[in-house]
Design a protein around this ligand. Structure first.
Ligand SMILES: *[C@@H]1O[C@H](CO)[C@@H](O)[C@H](O)[C@H]1NC(C)=O
Ligand SMILES: *[C@@H]1O[C@H](CO)[C@@H](O)[C@H](O)[C@H]1NC(C)=O
Ligand SMILES: *[C@@H]1O[C@H](CO)[C@@H](O)[C@H](O)[C@H]1NC(C)=O
Ligand SMILES: *[C@@H]1O[C@H](CO)[C@@H](O)[C@H](O)[C@H]1NC(C)=O
Ligand SMILES: *[C@@H]1O[C@H](CO)[C@@H](O)[C@H](O)[C@H]1NC(C)=O
Ligand SMILES: *[C@@H]1O[C@H](CO)[C@@H](O)[C@H](O)[C@H]1NC(C)=O
Ligand SMILES: *[C@@H]1O[C@H](CO)[C@@H](O)[C@H](O)[C@H]1NC(C)=O
Length: 359
């Protein structure tokens, strides 16, 4: 009878190691002739899969019944418990109950390596029986490898990477947060060919599986050469305060240089101040004198290039009409040169000319 049972187990698992384990377990001397009768008397059941999450405690329950002579729980080919004797050296494995009804063991803090088939082998007075159960271990997604924050020049090809672990295998999605546009890439790699400044910002990688979600971000800075806004001419009454403003869009932020005609100008303590705040440079005249009028050029520079614009500081004579003070938008100076003191009255005429022409 016993030899028949052994035969059954070996057929069932086709594993010599398992057979050996069971021979030892059932205290049967190896090498005994194996009978051919009673093959139909065994009973092999498959229980529903057990799905657990990493870290969970799992109970493996096996019905007993009849008069059980030997019973064991096995993980693949190794015995975890033979009756109430613990064979496993794993401290996470322990006996919950062993009685007439059931033989239950538990595995604490399950991990991916515990996944697989567990078998309960029971020998009763009548016939052998096995019950197998497949343990599936799910693992929440975790982003394990992500591109670093980086700075690139506009026009370069950029590839971002986001690798995640987890079970089932997580799906990856990419989003550019500032534009809240879903980039449609469902891949570990996000390719951004010839990156534009609009594609700068914070990229969000999301890894999702049935269990959970993991999100991480990458900051991408796109450098580009300055672009200055077109200069706005400014009219100022002599001895008044006046200012020219130059705005440059640039990454990294631009450095500014100011020129009057071809001569570089700097802040000084008697009358001129150049103040740079981020993208804006402001040239202030505290007390505009005749010599200050003329053509100014603002040059914005960063490591990728430069850009410039020119302005006219022109004379406005205080008058009773407040509309006159706003001055015309652009003044044409025929000579193209600096507007000196001698042209003072001429400029005044030019300044009021558009108003005269309306009538
Ligand atoms: C149990 O899990 C295994 C492995 O994933 C699978 O092949 C089998 O179909 C599952 N069985 C049931 C009953 O869900
Ligand atoms: C089951 O066997 C596998 C492979 O030998 C091992 O990695 C895992 O720790 C075992 N799990 C338990 C609960 O014994
Ligand atoms: C992350 O990805 C890089 C590039 O593919 C690779 O060299 C590195 O080994 C990865 N690191 C981990 C922890 O997977
Ligand atoms: C970007 O990729 C395109 C297409 O693969 C290639 O033709 C181009 O030379 C690359 N540009 C840079 C700056 O590497
Ligand atoms: C501006 O300069 C003129 C001539 O140098 C001077 O007469 C005037 O007092 C100054 N005005 C102010 C407000 O400093
Ligand atoms: C201003 O820009 C023009 C072309 O955009 C360039 O030719 C010129 O040299 C620049 N001027 C300065 C002072 O940088
Ligand atoms: C001002 O100077 C710039 C650069 O020298 C020149 O391109 C522009 O034509 C000048 N503007 C006027 C109105 O003279």
């Amino acid at each position: 009878m016993r030899t028949t049972s052994l035969r059954e187990y070996s057929v069932c698992f086709s594993k010599s190691t398992l057979l050996l384990s069971l021979r030892m377990l059932l205290l049967v001397p190896a090498g005994l002739p194996v009978g051919s009768q009673g093959d139909s008397q065994s009973d092999n059941r498959v229980m529903d899969n057990i799905t657990a999450r990493q870290g969970d405690t799992v109970l493996l329950r096996c019905a007993q019944g009849d008069v059980v002579t030997h019973t064991a729980w096995l993980n693949r080919s190794s015995i975890l418990y033979a009756g109430e004797d613990k064979w496993s050296v794993d401290p996470r494995v322990s006996l919950v109950s062993l009685n007439q009804e059931e033989f239950t063991i538990k595995i604490e803090n399950v991990d991916m390596t515990d996944e697989g088939q567990y078998v309960c082998a029971v020998q009763t007075s009548s016939r052998p029986r096995t019950t197998s159960v497949h343990l599936l271990v799910q693992v929440p997604p975790k982003i394990i490898n992500l591109s670093r924050d980086s700075v690139v020049n506009e026009g370069s090809n950029l590839t971002l990477m986001c690798q995640a672990s987890g079970k089932p295998e997580p799906t990856i999605t990419w989003k550019l947060i500032s534009s809240s546009v879903d980039l449609g890439s469902e891949d570990e790699y996000l390719e951004i060919p010839s990156i534009s400044r609009q594609r700068a910002g914070t990229y969000e990688c999301t890894a999702v599986n049935d269990i959970d979600t993991d999100v991480r971000t990458v900051d991408i800075t796109v450098n580009y050469a300055p672009m200055v806004s077109e200069g706005r001419d400014v009219g100022v009454t002599p001895s008044q305060r006046g200012a020219l403003e130059c705005e440059a869009d640039a990454v990294p932020e631009a450095d500014f240089e100011w020129y009057k005609d071809d001569r570089r100008i700097f802040s000084d303590f008697d009358g001129i101040e150049i103040l740079n705040t981020g993208s804006l440079s402001k040239l202030t005249f505290f007390n505009v004198s005749d010599g200050d009028y003329g053509n100014y050029t603002c040059v914005a520079i960063n490591k990728l290039g430069s850009s410039n614009t020119s302005f006219l500081l022109y004379v406005v004579i205080e008058s009773t009409s407040s509309t006159l003070l706003q001055g015309p938008r652009a003044v044409q100076d025929g000579s193209g040169g600096p507007i000196g003191a001698h042209s003072h009255t001429c400029l005044l005429f030019i300044a009021i000319l558009p108003f005269l022409l309306r009538f």
